[in-house]
Design a protein. Structure first.
Lengths: 216, 240
């Protein structure tokens, strides 16, 4: 059975690694970005990876993409940007670009993919909250996390696993994706995946032994 | 520069793997039985302890490398280099190589590359793997049937940069035995004595491993590697 994964921001960084790991695990991967050359590099010699250039800030383009690729079983939405510009120094154009990509982009991807998953009663939706470095990126990080909480309240427990990976500069993409994998292996699990902050192993052991419900 | 045409792509040597992750287990097995398993290669198993050979099982996730992303499972034996070697215990251990007896993968590009460039005994199977949990797990399945399942428990962290081992990988495909120079640069290594659980199915390779007692044996040691870089040079034929 072929499972399809949609990975955004797949031309580099965490998105590229997520796409490659899923391809290695024999998923049918649709790798999406605006950077065509970067996408080609991610998909090099990977027969089960398909690349599509798409700008997630364009809701029409995202819907067209979904119509083209059909049902998606896992979404890793990693197309987020986090420039280090400080709140009072950031040019307005940069603020707008960060909010467009990180907040509106996330909403467009969710609105294009979550309804189908809910209809099928199955799926995994992983959103990335950008590292809250400064200014607009910090605002976007909080907004994506709050949006994920709203999705969880409105649609949790209907077969779709929702996760918000809270990126930070302390955890490299490898460890962030390991944390996401561990979290997805526990379907009730916690909504928020915080790769930089590890729970003590003992607490984790007791939690999994008791199979505790989500704490969010 | 040596190059090979694989599925319309030009693969140049050496082949570089920039990011892989590994779970592995080593077992001491009866040398005579192990020798019978690899006799077709013309090589001899290394016997660091009298009467005992070393069989190694490993599962690898290739995330970033010249052969694309894929999963791989390896059954290997430590072998003596085919040329003359210095006598004594140290001589017996020096220049030991790894004979790759079976190397299933789950992607076509690496299948073609592995068989064409190095004569690695690759074939296509399903290889589900969990490398994110405390216990690392892997299974090899053919036509929906399980060939082997391996689980590796967490070990203690090893100091970084202990070695960048250069190993010779040996393989034998279609009656030709080859040697491939192989360099490994591991980091985030954890290791421990014991710590492996092996379940065997009814595939011919599983039968061979059952004959070596792998489903009952305690592993000599198990290791996990969080981040592994590797370089594979071109293969040369070994005269028998």
């Amino acid at each position: 059975m072929k499972r399809t994964a949609l990975v955004t921001g797949a031309a580099g960084g965490l998105g590229a690694l997520a796409a490659r790991r899923l391809a290695a695990a024999a998923w049918d991967v649709v790798a999406v970005d605006t950077d065509e050359a970067g996408l080609a590099e991610t998909a090099l010699r990977s027969p089960n990876m398909h690349v599509r250039t798409c700008d997630v800030t364009d809701p029409g383009a995202v819907l067209d993409l979904l119509a083209l690729i059909g049902p998606v079983h896992r979404v890793v939405h990693a197309a987020v940007t986090a420039p280090a510009g400080a709140a009072l120094d950031q040019p307005p154009a940069e603020v707008k670009q960060v909010l467009d990509t990180d907040i509106y982009g996330t909403m467009h991807v969710v609105r294009a993919t979550l309804p189908g998953m809910l209809e099928r009663g199955a799926g995994e939706l992983a959103l990335c909250a950008p590292p809250p470095r400064a200014g607009a990126a910090a605002a976007a990080s909080g907004a994506v996390a709050a949006y994920a909480e709203a999705l969880f309240r409105e649609h949790g427990g209907r077969g779709v696993t929702i996760r918000c990976v809270q990126l930070d500069d302390a955890a490299p993409p490898r460890l962030a994706l390991d944390a996401l994998d561990r979290s997805l292996a526990r379907p009730p699990g916690d909504l928020h995946v915080r790769p930089g902050r590890r729970r003590p192993a003992l607490v984790e052991g007791i939690r999994s032994a008791l199979n505790l419900r989500p704490t969010e | 520069m040596q190059a090979h045409a694989i599925q319309g792509e030009r693969v140049t040597l050496p082949v570089r793997i920039r990011d892989a992750a590994v779970g592995s287990a080593m077992f001491a097995v009866p040398a005579r039985a192990a020798q019978a398993v690899i006799a077709y290669s013309g090589l001899e198993v290394a016997a660091p302890l009298p009467g005992r050979a070393i069989c190694s099982l490993a599962f690898v996730r290739y995330a970033d490398g010249d052969l694309g992303p894929y999963h791989e499972f390896a059954v290997a034996f430590l072998v003596r280099p085919p040329e003359a070697e210095p006598p004594g215990v140290l001589g017996r251990l020096r220049g030991v190589g790894a004979f790759i007896h079976w190397l299933p993968v789950n992607q076509e590009f690496t299948l073609d590359a592995g068989r064409t460039i190095w004569g690695f005994p690759k074939e296509i199977t399903d290889i589900p793997m969990d490398l994110a949990g405390r216990v690392k797990r892997c299974a090899v399945r053919l036509g929906g049937r399980t060939v082997i399942e391996v689980a590796v428990k967490p070990g203690v962290p090893m100091p970084a940069g202990t070695a960048a081992p250069k190993v010779d990988a040996y393989s034998c495909l279609d009656g030709v035995t080859r040697r491939t120079p192989w360099t490994l640069t591991p980091s985030e290594v954890r290791t421990r004595p014991g710590g492996a659980k092996v379940v065997l199915g009814d595939h011919p390779v599983a039968e061979e491993l059952r004959g070596l007692g792998l489903d009952r044996a305690r592993a000599l040691s198990t290791s996990t590697v969080g981040h592994l870089q590797m370089v594979f040079d071109g293969a040369e034929e070994v005269r028998r």
